[in-house]
Design a protein around this ligand. Structure first.
Ligand code: FVH
Length: 289
């Protein structure tokens, strides 16, 4: 049965993200208890209606739903191991960034101790919490997700990917990898443009519509990869190799380092050397996985 929207919530960790999450629960009408390793970070939250816990034990015992927003996997264990018996029978939502294997380890640890565990990857920066555009990718205990969905939706759009506690983190890290490579590509392009006396701001004006238009092709890339059928009549890997060779040469001429574009060229070169030159760019997926 779904709980009311006023489930009691404890937020562990009042860094930049934890503070925003606690404020969102509190504003949403949930009795909210907060705890942080280093004292003094709860002042504003308490003034706004939250309850400060004097100890981790008090924090855990205060609520049905415990939300951990700590630095990393090690800090989750460091914080929760000493109170594992008090956590038994409660629901734990871990929004700390952990790798998929670390999320699975935490889920197994929780199960051994009678704790219901839901893992989440936050796709937002703190200022986006509670606003459109923020999302959190959950996996692990379906009942924790279903029973607390209204509370979780106060933070961000909530998506659930199944009982494998590592799957939300896999989505999280895959999306972040995609994001970092996109930003690194922008840095490379901006460095090329700077060599021609054009500002990064002017380049950004061109880059946004271009990247937006190119991103529309991703569903077709996905379809081709999933089919495993890489034959193509257009823009095969040998064609892409010629383009990358030219871009790398232009980058060298402009004095731009090859740290970002070089590995892309190497990837395509290897595909062509291995006899896949007539196949589509999507064939590179097979080289990576
Ligand atoms: N901030 C962001 O933009 C990103 C967005 C995507 C998700 N991340 C992840 O969220 C986790 C928390 O991030 P944060 O921004 O709140 O991080 P900090 O402001 O650095 O606060 C860290 C809190 O963790 C506490 N802490 C650190 N080590 C320990 C420990 N060994 N035991 C107990 N608590 C610990 C720290 O406490 P203190 O230093 O004040 O005592 C802060 O409360 C994180 O996984 C991001 O990757 C945020």
């Amino acid at each position: 049965m779904a709980t009311t929207q006023h489930t009691s919530v404890t937020v562990l960790g009042l860094g930049a993200m934890g503070k925003e999450l606690a404020a969102a629960f509190s504003k949403g009408g949930h009795p909210t208890t907060v705890w942080n390793r280093t004292p003094g970070r709860d002042t504003e939250l308490i003034a706004a209606g939250a309850t400060g816990a004097a100890s981790i034990a008090e924090a855990v015992e205060a609520s049905e739903l415990i939300v951990a927003v700590l630095l990393d996997h090690a800090s989750v264990h460091e914080t929760l191991d000493p109170v594992v018996d008090r956590l038994a029978g409660r629901s734990l939502v871990n929004l700390t960034s952990t790798s998929p294997e670390q999320s699975r380890e935490l889920a197994a640890w929780a199960t051994r101790h009678g704790i219901e565990y839901l893992d989440g990857g936050i796709m937002a920066v703190p200022s986006m919490i509670g606003k459109p555009g923020a999302s959190i990718l959950y996996s692990g205990s379906e009942s924790v997700f279903d029973n607390n969905r209204p509370a979780l939706e106060l933070l961000a759009a909530a998506d659930y990917f199944g009982e494998d506690a590592g799957l939300g983190a896999t989505y999280d890290f895959a999306l972040l990898a995609n994001m970092y490579l996109m930003f690194a590509g922008f840095m490379h392009g901006a460095a090329m443009m700077r060599s021609a006396g054009i500002s990064a701001s002017a380049f950004a004006e061109r880059a946004v519509p271009w990247i937006t238009a190119m991103a529309q092709g991703l569903p077709e890339y996905g379809r081709v990869i999933d089919s495993g059928e890489y034959t193509t009549d257009v823009q095969h890997l040998s064609f892409q190799k010629a383009a990358l060779d030219a871009i790398v040469q232009a980058s060298r001429d402009a004095g731009v380092a090859l740290d970002v574009i070089g590995p892309v060229k190497n990837l395509i070169d290897r595909q062509v050397a291995d006899g896949h030159g007539a196949l589509a760019f999507e064939r590179t997926f097979e080289e990576l996985r």
